[in-house]
Design a protein around this ligand. Structure first.
Ligand code: COA
Ligand code: AMP
Length: 637
């Protein structure tokens, strides 16, 4: 079947199309209502269907005779450990942990936070929650206790599952102490903290509420999967919004399982039994969908990699993992490729490895620059596919659907809409624009199965953030354009969200922290170009007048404040002191102008600017501090 045929069918007859896909799952109760609408005309898929995602990821494959197949290959260069985990073993671990959680009082509808590094127990924890109908919320390990506390207060978990430590390049991350600190900071106090001891020889602080993971599993009975409704939340995943408060994306169960199963075959081109590797982290949506649920639903072997593309031990790691575990399709962020390219520009490590098993390389998480795409194509000699999606969508919205038909790759474009997504480029009035004209990237409702159900505890924010701007559409928050062939080019966010090394962060949140420093009169935080990480945050501060100030010391304190409040993942390392900030006459800081100057993007000086001379002041501060691309500044001289 051609891509065009399949895509058109998905848009013209969505109920028929997704009913067929849903039939590929073993429901406990097959859905009769395929597409329902809520009060906002927002889709609710398979409403009366009943299933259990943990059952579909594990038990079903054992019943079908694949219990001995590897479900997970854990490869950890940071601990020099490799472990092959069959579906039988996964069943034992997950069903007993679920029994343990049940014995602690967790039941269907409760929430549970998981704050864990990339170890098999993180996957067991997610799947054990899913088995009971407990809604998990995984928090990325790079977030600081303060961020964890915000999430605890928002989703009010009955328990937290964590590990003693994580391992980053050259340092041990104290996960358990971070959890204790977060609980101290949070207003809501979870009753239990289940701690997996990695036995790394580091002392673990103990509290009365703690439960040892190993002991809990060893004394618990295995439990059977609990039947849940299709719309029962499988998880909440917090992501950055345009305010300081993260948004809790709610994912359903039946729509998500249907979409992920469909995507493994038709988007990624893998068949049951193949080895699939997404080099991300379970704390991100990529980890949820393509380290855990997608591959396991489709009976693929998933690679769980605890390491980095470089320095663990070097830039050959990715190719070693692919070769050693016979990976057929791999998924990573362009940043990872840029990091490898920097260490091994001629791809010598690639040439030394036998990676003939690899059929497709997928990239996502941030814009893929043409140089990175070309380098990867040249050295891997296979199709390299840039694809676009978000935490909200849960699975790709734009891609080259290689499992259906391999289309031409156009550098700079994430290709064509995925089945089910009617992607349109709209102007401010909500009208579709012509080819080549940039606008807002939106998807006409109904969205296909698998996308966000709502925002946890905040349906109003869900409606105002995604549905109100263009009635009848889901608004993605990204800008872009289509070419004559319908290929979409994503040009970047149109809000205060930035992408640092494929990690989505809110500059508004950073700005709140910077502004709260006692020496700061006003400030602006925004994303500027970074050769390695795509973007990085930059803070400009105006100091309060008064006593003489040590600018260096203040900058250091502010950097430390952001690291302490948000976490190392913010990668906030640049603060510049300026005399004043460009503003409109009504006092609004011109952040976009500040960013455009540094990134050498074309810009018009707004006619509303308070004082135009400030632009050259800013340019010279950038130049002195080697911020941004500079061509622009040089042109002005
Ligand atoms: N737990 C605790 N800390 C973490 C963490 C985790 N799970 N992940 C990252 N951090 C810390 C890092 O140690 C680093 O701390 P530092 O400032 O003390 O050095 C900081 O957060 C920034 O991390 P990162 O952005 O990963 O930068 P890096 O310099 O350590 O590594 C790359 C650079 C390019 C190797 C790395 O960013 C990378 O692998 N990127 C791929 C991106 C990716 O997979 N994205 C997922 C979306 S698909
Ligand atoms: P996240 O929710 O963390 O997955 O981040 C989603 C955001 O990352 C999107 O809204 C885009 O801004 C950006 N993004 C993800 N993939 C791509 C891509 N392939 N091309 C351009 N931007 C991307």
């Amino acid at each position: 079947m051609s891509y065009q045929y399949m895509y058109q069918e998905s848009i013209m007859k969505p109920e028929h199309f997704w009913k067929k896909q849903a039939e590929r799952l073993a429901w406990f109760q097959e859905p009769k209502t395929i597409l329902g609408l809520d009060q906002y005309n927002y889709p609710q898929w398979f409403k009366d269907g009943k299933l259990n995602v943990s059952y579909l990821c594990i038990d079903k494959h054992i019943e079908d005779g694949f219990g001995h197949q590897n479900a997970i290959i854990y490869d950890s260069p940071v601990t020099q450990t490799k472990q092959h985990i069959s579906f039988n073993k996964l069943h034992e671990e997950v069903s007993k942990l679920a029994g343990g959680l049940q014995s602690l009082g967790l039941e269907k509808g409760d929430t549970c936070v998981i704050y864990m590094p990339m170890i098999p127990q993180a996957l067991y924890a997610m799947l054990a929650c899913a088995r009971l109908g407990v809604i998990h919320s995984v928090v990325f390990g790079g977030f600081a206790p303060h961020e964890l506390a915000i999430r605890i207060d928002d989703c009010k978990p009955k328990a937290i599952i964590t590990a003693s430590n994580g391992i980053e390049i050259e340092r041990i991350i104290p996960y358990k102490p971070f959890v204790d600190e977060a609980i101290n900071l949070a207003e809501f106090k979870p009753k239990r903290v289940i701690v997996y001891d990695r036995k790394l020889g580091v002392e673990i602080p103990h509290q009365d509420r703690d439960v040892d993971y190993g002991e809990l599993v060893s004394k618990s009975e295995a439990v059977a999967p609990v039947e849940v409704e299709s719309n029962h939340p499988l998880y909440i995943l917090y992501t950055s919004g345009t305010t300081g408060k993260p948004k809790g994306i709610i994912r359903d169960s039946g729509g998500y399982a249907t979409a992920l199963k469909f995507s493994m075959k038709h988007v990624y081109g893998v068949e049951e039994g193949d080895v699939y590797w997404a080099a991300s982290d379970v704390g991100w949506v990529v980890g949820h969908s393509y380290i855990v649920y997608g591959p396991l639903l489709n009976r693929n072997t998933t690679v769980l990699f605890e390491g980095k593309p470089i320095k663990t031990p070097d830039a050959s790691t990715f190719w070693r993992v692919i070769s050693e575990h016979n990976v057929k399709v791999m998924f990573t962020a362009p940043t990872a490729i840029r990091a490898i390219k920097k260490e091994d520009p001629n791809g010598e490590f690639i040439n030394k490895s036998d990676i003939s098993c690899l059929k497709y390389q997928f990239l996502a998480g941030e814009r893929c620059d043409v140089a990175t795409l070309r380098w990867t194509e040249q050295h891997l000699k296979i199709p390299v596919i840039d694809h676009w999606w978000q935490t909200e969508s849960g699975w790709p919205m734009l891609t080259n659907m290689v499992g259906v038909e391999l289309m031409a790759v156009k550098p700079g474009s994430a290709s064509l809409p995925v089945c089910g997504y009617d992607i349109q480029i709209l102007n401010e009035e909500g009208k579709e624009v012509a080819a080549g004209v940039e606008g807002y990237v939106a998807a006409k409702l109904p969205l296909p199965p698998g996308t966000l159900l709502n925002l946890w505890g905040n349906p109003q924010r869900f409606k105002s953030g995604y549905l109100d701007k263009f009635p009848g559409y889901y608004f993605s928050g990204d800008g872009g354009y289509k070419d004559e062939d319908g290929y979409v080019f994503i040009t970047g966010r149109v809000d205060d969200i930035i992408n640092v090394a494929g990690h989505r962060l809110s500059t508004a949140e950073m700005e709140e922290i910077v502004a709260s420093h006692h020496a700061v009169a006003e400030c602006a935080v925004f994303g500027v170009h970074c050769d390695l990480k795509g973007q990085k945050p930059l803070g400009l501060i105006v100091l309060k007048t008064g006593d003489e100030q040590d600018e260096n010391q203040i900058s250091k304190e502010i950097i430390q404040d952001v690291r302490h409040e948000i976490g190392a993942v913010a990668a906030f390392r640049d603060v510049l002191v300026v005399k004043r900030l460009p503003k409109t006459r009504s006092g609004k800081i011109l952040r976009k102008l500040l960013r455009n100057i540094s990134d050498d993007l074309e810009y018009n000086v707004p006619s509303t600017i308070e004082d135009v001379t400030i632009i050259s002041e800013i340019e010279s501060v950038y130049k002195k501090n080697q911020i941004g691309i500079h061509k622009n500044i040089i042109n002005h001289e």
